[in-house]
Design a protein around this ligand. Structure first.
Ligand code: CDP
Length: 788
C-alpha cells in the first residue's frame, strides 16, 4: 500500500489523502460550539467546592453551619454525608481508590472537602469559603524519594494493607542477559534525569451538568469526558445506578490531552446532589481548580545506561525509574501491561538485551500520571533513550546521526520483537532521518558549528529519531478496569445515499467529524460531506473506550473501514440484483459498481442505498447499516526524526530555536492537513516542556503554578517555526494502513530540543541539562564547566 500515487478519490468525494477543511471549525470559529458550560437546564443549581489549603493533614472537624445559613444555599455536602450513600470513596481507572470528599485526612493541596449547592454560582462560591475545617498538620511529602524512605508517614493509611507509600514495582526485560551485555561493554554511557511534573491545561476546564430525574431514575450527565462509555460504566458501579438509566453526553470539548480521562470527585458529587435534591446541578472548575487538582502528568525520575561495543553498537540498556503518582493512583492504566514506557524505551534501535524497573510512589500532590498527549509514560521513555543515544555518540566519537544509522532496526527486520517483549509493526527509520537531515542541511550546519565556536558563537544541532506506540489495545492484553480496549463504529446509509457514522471515541478538537467521514468516503465513495459523524452520547453511539493515547485512528478508524467494507459487500449483492448480473462480474470503483467489460451498466452507491430500502433483492434483509467492534491485532508504532538547530547567547545563556525540522511517519494519512495540525500542536507542547512548562511544589506541598502567570504555556510568540516532512510506511495491522499521530510530536520532540542545547555546550563537557532548559540552567552549566 502506498500513497505516492495520490488520492484515489476526487476532491468532491474527499477520501484518504485529501486535506479536507475541518467541518467542525465553522461552529467553533463562529462561537456556535456547545460546551458543558453552555448548557442551561430549567431549575438548574450550581455547585462550588471547598478545597484543602494543606497538603497533608488530619481533619479534626468540619463546620458547615455558616455556609448553610447563606440565603440561596440549598445544601452543603460533606464526605460524612456521602458515606451514608457509600459514596465517600470511589474506584479509580487504575483500580485504586480515591476520596470523593475527604473524611479522614487531606492528602494534597486542593483536595475536595465539601461542596455547596446553591441557586447561583456566586452564592455557591461565597458560601464554600465560609466552611470551617480544623486540621492537625502532618508531614507533607513532595517527592517520591522521601515517600519511599522507611520512616516516611504512610499517606494512604485508609488502605488496609498499605504500610508504605509504594504504589507498584514493575519490571520488564531480561536482567541476566542485560548484565552480561554490560560485562562485555567497551563503553557505558549513563544519564540521570528528571522529567518534571506537567499539567495538560486544556482551554476548557472540567465540568458537568448532572440531571437526575427522581421520578424516572434517568440520569443525564453532560460531561467533559474523553471516554463517555467507560465513565458511564464507572458511574454505574460507583453510584449503583442502573447503566441503562445513565446517559453521558460529552458535547463539544475544548481540549483534553489526557486531562479529561479520569473521573473527578466533582462529577460524582454533582450527580449525587442532583439525585438527592431532584434538580439539575452544574459544576464547572475555575482555571486554578483545574491546574491544582486534576490529572497531572510526568514527574518521573529516570536513570538509564547504555552498554556499547568499541565500534559503537548498542549491546544493552538498563533503566531504573521512580514515578511520583500523587495521593491517589488514578490514571487509566491497563491491568496487564504496566506502563507503556516498556513498549518503546528501547527506542528505534536493534539490540538484544534490556532490563527496566520502575516504581510508583504516593506523595502529597494531586493525582498524577495521566497520559498527557502520550500513552502511559512513553514520553518519558522516548526522552530518556534519545538523550542517551546522543551522549553515546559523543562517547564513541561519531556523529549522532551516523551512530543512529548504525544501530537502527532495518526495514527488513519488521515486524520487530523488542527485548522488552513488544512487536513494532513497521518502520523505515533511516529514510525519515535522511530526509530530515536533507531538509535541515545537516552537513552545512555541522560545519558552521566549528566556525561559530571560533567566532565566539554557540550553535547546537539536536536530533531525536523516536518510535512511538499508539492505538490500544488489543483487548487480550489491554483493558481499563477489565473493559477490553476495542472500539466501535456504527454506519447507517439512508435511502438518499447520505450516511451517519457513530463512534465510541470522542474528539476533543482532533477533527474526527472531518476525518472519519473521509474513511467512509474512501471505502464507499459517498462524498465525505454526505457523512455526518456523531460521537459522545452513550445512548446514541456504540460502546467504546474513548479517545486518548492516539487510539482513535488505529482502533475506531479501523472499525469505520471494516464496517464500510461490510456495507460494500451488501451493496454488491444489491447492485447485482439491480443490474441483473452476477456478483462475480461486478467491478468496484469508489462510489459505483459496474459490469466488467460493460461500463455503461453501472449503479452508484446512492442508487444502491435507495434500493436497499425500496427494492432489496428477495430474501435479503432491507437497509444498509451495521456496526463493527474492532479489536486491533497489535498497537501501531509511528516514528520520525526531529532535528533542532539552536543558537545560544554565550553572555546570557538564552537559547533560541533557529530551525525545527520534523519528519513524521504515521503510515497512510487520512487528512494531511489535520495530521500537520496535530504535529504542530505536539511540537509546540514538546518545546513547552523542554523550555518553560512545568509545575513545582514547595516543601509544604503548595502548588506553584495555580495560574497562567506561574505556569507558563507558550503562546504563538514563543513557539518556534516548524518545517514538516513525511515518509509513509503503512501499518500492516490496520485496514487502511494508518497509524495514530495525535501525540507523536509531544513524545518525540523534547529530546530534540534538549539535545540541541547540550550539543551547543558539548565542547565544554556538558552532557546533561535537566528540563526545563531555562537560560539560568544553561548559564549555570556554562559557568560550572568553565570553572571545573
Ligand atoms: O485519538 P486521537 O484522535 O487523539 O489521535 P489520532 O488517532 O492520532 O488522530 C488525530 C487526528 O488526526 C484525527 O482527526 C485523525 O483522523 C487524524 N489522522 C489522520 O488523518 N491520519 C493518520 N494517519 C492519523 C491520524
Amino acid at each position: 500500500m502506498t500513497t505516492t500515487a495520490g488520492p484515489r478519490t476526487t476532491p468532491e468525494v474527499a477520501g484518504l489523502g485529501h486535506s479536507r477543511r475541518r467541518v467542525e471549525d465553522a461552529r467553533f470559529i463562529e462561537g456556535q460550539g456547545n460546551y458543558v458550560d453552555d448548557i442551561e437546564l430549567p431549575g438548574m443549581l450550581h455547585m462550588a467546592i471547598h478545597r484543602s489549603p494543606l497538603a497533608h493533614a488530619r481533619i479534626l472537624s468540619i463546620d458547615t453551619s455558616e455556609a448553610e445559613a447563606v440565603e440561596g444555599v440549598i445544601a452543603v455536602v460533606t464526605g460524612e454525608l456521602l458515606a451514608q450513600y457509600n459514596l465517600a470513596w470511589m474506584p479509580t481507572l487504575s483500580g485504586d481508590t480515591q476520596a470523593v470528599l475527604a473524611t479522614d485526612k487531606v492528602r494534597f493541596q486542593g483536595q475536595e472537602i465539601a461542596a455547596v449547592i446553591a441557586t447561583d454560582r456566586y452564592i455557591a462560591e461565597d458560601a464554600a469559603e465560609l466552611i470551617q475545617v480544623e486540621y492537625e498538620d502532618l508531614e507533607p511529602i513532595v517527592n517520591p524519594q522521601r515517600a519511599l524512605e522507611d520512616d516516611a508517614p504512610v499517606i494512604r493509611d485508609d488502605k488496609e494493607d498499605q504500610d508504605s507509600n509504594l504504589v507498584y514495582t514493575w519490571e520488564s526485560g531480561d536482567k541476566t542477559a542485560t548484565d552480561a551485555a554490560f560485562d562485555k561493554a567497551a563503553h557505558v554511557v549513563s544519564l540521570e534525569t528528571f522529567y518534571p511534573r506537567s499539567h495538560p491545561s486544556p482551554l476548557e476546564t472540567c465540568g458537568i451538568v448532572a440531571d437526575v430525574n427522581s421520578a424516572t431514575g434517568q440520569a443525564n450527565l453532560y460531561m467533559t469526558s474523553q471516554a463517555p462509555h467507560a465513565h458511564r460504566t464507572v458511574f454505574a458501579l460507583v453510584a449503583g445506578l442502573p447503566e441503562q438509566n445513565i446517559r453521558i453526553i460529552s458535547p463539544d470539548i475544548g481540549g483534553g490531552f489526557g486531562n479529561k480521562v479520569p473521573v473527578y470527585p466533582g462529577y460524582v458529587v454533582a450527580t449525587a446532589a442532583s439525585l438527592v435534591i431532584g434538580k439539575p446541578v452544574k459544576w464547572v472548575e475555575t482555571r486554578t481548580e483545574n491546574l491544582i487538582s486534576t490529572g497531572f502528568a510526568r514527574d518521573y525520575y529516570m536513570k538509564g545506561e547504555l552498554a556499547l561495543s568499541d565500534e559503537g553498537r548498542i549491546l544493552g540498556l538498563r533503566v531504573d525509574m521512580v514515578s511520583d503518582q500523587g495521593a491517589f493512583y488514578s490514571d487509566a492504566q491497563p491491568t496487564a501491561f504496566k506502563a507503556g514506557l516498556f513498549h518503546i524505551v528501547t527506542g528505534s534501535y536493534d539490540y538484544p538485551a534490556a532490563h527496566v524497573t520502575t516504581k510508583g510512589a504516593y506523595t502529597n500532590k494531586a493525582p498524577g500520571g495521566v497520559a498527557y498527549r502520550c500513552s502511559f509514560r512513553v514520553t518519558e521513555a522516548s526522552y530518556l533513550i534519545e538523550r542517551l543515544v546522543q551522549n553515546a555518540a559523543y562517547e564513541i566519537g561519531i556523529d549522532p546521526a551516523e551512530f543512529r544509522a548504525k544501530n537502527f532496526i532495518k526495514p527488513e527486520q519488521f515486524p520487530y520483537a523488542t527485548p522488552t517483549g513488544f512487536v513494532y509493526d513497521s518502520g523505515d527509520y533511516e529514510k525519515a532521518m535522511r530526509l530530515a537531515m536533507e531538509m535541515v542541511g545537516y552537513d552545512e550546519i555541522q560545519n558552521e558549528k566549528e566556525k561559530a565556536l571560533e567566532e565566539g558563537r554557540l550553535v547546537g544541532v539536536g536530533m531525536a529519531s523516536f518510535t512511538e506506540v499508539v492505538g490500544a489495545g488489543h483487548g487480550e492484553e489491554y483493558d481499563i478496569l477489565g473493559l477490553k480496549m476495542f472500539d466501535s463504529a456504527e454506519l447507517r446509509v439512508h435511502p438518499t445515499g447520505k450516511a451517519i457514522l457513530k463512534l465510541g471515541v470522542k474528539s476533543q478538537g482532533q477533527g474526527h467529524e472531518t476525518t472519519f467521514a473521509q474513511i467512509v468516503a474512501e471505502e464507499l465513495g459517498i462524498p465525505a460531506s454526505d457523512v455526518k459523524v456523531i460521537e459522545g452520547d452513550t445512548d446514541n453511539t456504540p460502546y467504546g473506550l474513548g479517545t486518548y493515547a492516539s487510539r482513535s485512528t488505529p482502533v475506531a478508524g479501523a472499525a469505520t473501514a471494516v464496517i464500510s467494507r461490510k456495507l460494500r459487500e451488501k451493496a454488491k449483492t444489491i447492485a447485482a440484483h439491480l443490474l441483473e448480473a452476477s456478483e462475480d462480474d461486478l467491478e468496484w470503483e469508489p462510489g459505483r459498481f459496474s459490469v466488467a467489460g460493460d461500463p455503461e451498466s453501472s449503479v452508484t452507491i446512492q442508487d444502491i442505498a435507495f434500493a436497499a430500502y425500496t427494492n432489496p433483492p428477495p430474501g435479503l434483509e432491507a437497509g444498509l447499516e451495521g456496526v463493527n467492534y474492532y479489536d486491533p491485532p497489535n498497537m501501531t508504532y509511528p516514528f520520525g526524526t526531529y532535528i533542532v538547530v539552536v543558537d545560544i547567547d554565550p553572555d546570557s545563556g538564552q537559547w533560541k530555536v533557529r530551525r525545527m525540522v520534523a519528519v513524521d511517519d504515521c503510515g497512510v494519512r487520512i487528512n494531511p492537513m489535520v495530521v500537520e495540525g496535530q504535529i504542530h500542536g505536539g511540537l509546540a507542547e514538546g518545546y513547552a516542556m523542554s523550555s518553560m512548562q512545568y509545575m513545582t511544589f514547595d516543601e509544604s506541598g503548595n502548588c506553584i503554578g495555580s495560574n497562567f502567570m506561574d505556569y507558563l504555556i507558550p503562546t504563538a510568540w514563543e513557539t518556534p517555526r516548524f518545517e514538516l516532512g513525511e515518509t509513509v510506511t503503512p501499518s500492516p495491522h490496520h485496514p487502511i494502513g494508518a497509524k495514530g499521530v495525535g501525540e507523536s510530536a509531544t513524545v518525540g520532540s523534547p529530546a530534540a530540543y534538549v539535545n540541541a542545547v547540550v550539543d551547543a555546550l558539548q565542547h565544554l563537557g556538558v552532557t546533561n541539562i535537566d528540563m526545563p532548559v531555562s537560560s539560568d540552567r544553561v548559564w549555570a552549566a556554562m559557568e560550572q564547566a568553565e570553572t571545573s
